[in-house]
Design a protein around this ligand. Structure first.
Ligand code: PEP
Length: 249
């Protein structure tokens, strides 16, 4: 069975104080690790402080980005080993903001994915189509291509032991959400692409997940949890969403 996950991407928001406060509130109220794993992705500069706050809780730490390089003269970059060294267990790879704003190609994403796994981190591979691609009926093809690029470099088994997050670009931070049926259609295509090896792979949905729409999304057969941006910045909202995941059959 795929492991249910609820992931909070804090993006480039907050201060040291607010990050620690949010981690502390989540840590105090989240103790149900048996039904779902909670992961938070603070800004890199606050990872260590948040990690200290989460010690002794059931919440684990992830990073929003990593370098594809292992070490060397790469000013400003952070390697997978460094993230593992400070206690990260997960890392986002190929988030649409990294692809669109920072020009990360499918091949860079694949290199980052492999670098993460080499360091013992679990990558969450983010994939998704733009509004234009959806309107041109290219959704399944685009998502399959993004995943295939990583399979080509890392191999199918390695992709299957990671996590994949389907995040339609037009739904991220816009308040627009894919309908549960739209999301399930893509998730089931991803599951089919992975074949037998991917029957237990955790597939997340991301894109304006909120307390009001989480239940119906999480009840879809191939959706095993959520990657949440905006609504993960408020402890009560995020806890409410996480709770809805634990209540699924
Ligand atoms: C995200 O950052 O991955 C995301 C899904 O953001 P939001 O929930 O704000 O749409």
């Amino acid at each position: 069975m795929a492991k249910p996950l609820i992931a909070g991407n804090w993006k480039m928001h907050g201060t040291a104080e607010s990050a620690i406060h949010l981690a502390s509130q989540l840590g105090q109220h989240w103790n149900d690790q048996s039904k779902a794993q909670m992961i938070v992705f603070p800004p890199a500069i606050y990872l260590t402080a948040v990690k200290a706050e989460l010690d002794g809780t059931n919440i684990v730490l992830g990073a929003q980005n990593l370098s594809q390089h292992s070490a060397g003269a790469f000013t400003g970059e952070i390697s997978a080993d460094m993230l593992a060294d400070i206690g990260c267990e997960y890392v986002l790879v190929g988030h649409s903001e990294r692809r669109a704003v920072f020009g990360e190609s499918n091949s860079t994403v694949a290199e980052k994915f492999s670098a993460a796994q080499r360091a013992g981190l679990t990558p969450i591979l983010c994939v998704g189509e733009s509004l234009q691609q959806r309107q041109q009926d290219q959704t399944i093809e685009v998502v399959a291509g993004q995943i295939a690029a990583v399979i080509d470099l890392a191999g199918l088994d390695n992709v299957c032991r990671a996590v994949i997050a389907y995040e339609p670009v037009w739904a991220i931070g816009t308040g627009e959400t894919a309908s549960p049926e739209q999301a399930q259609q893509v998730h089931s295509a991803i599951r089919a692409q992975l074949g037998d090896a991917g029957k237990d792979t955790t597939l997340l949905y991301g894109g304006s997940v909120k307390a009001e729409n989480a239940d119906k999304l999480f009840s879809q057969p191939d959706i095993n949890g959520g990657l949440v941006g905006g609504a993960s910045l408020e402890a009560n909202d995020f806890l409410n969403i996480a709770q809805q995941l634990t209540e699924q059959e």
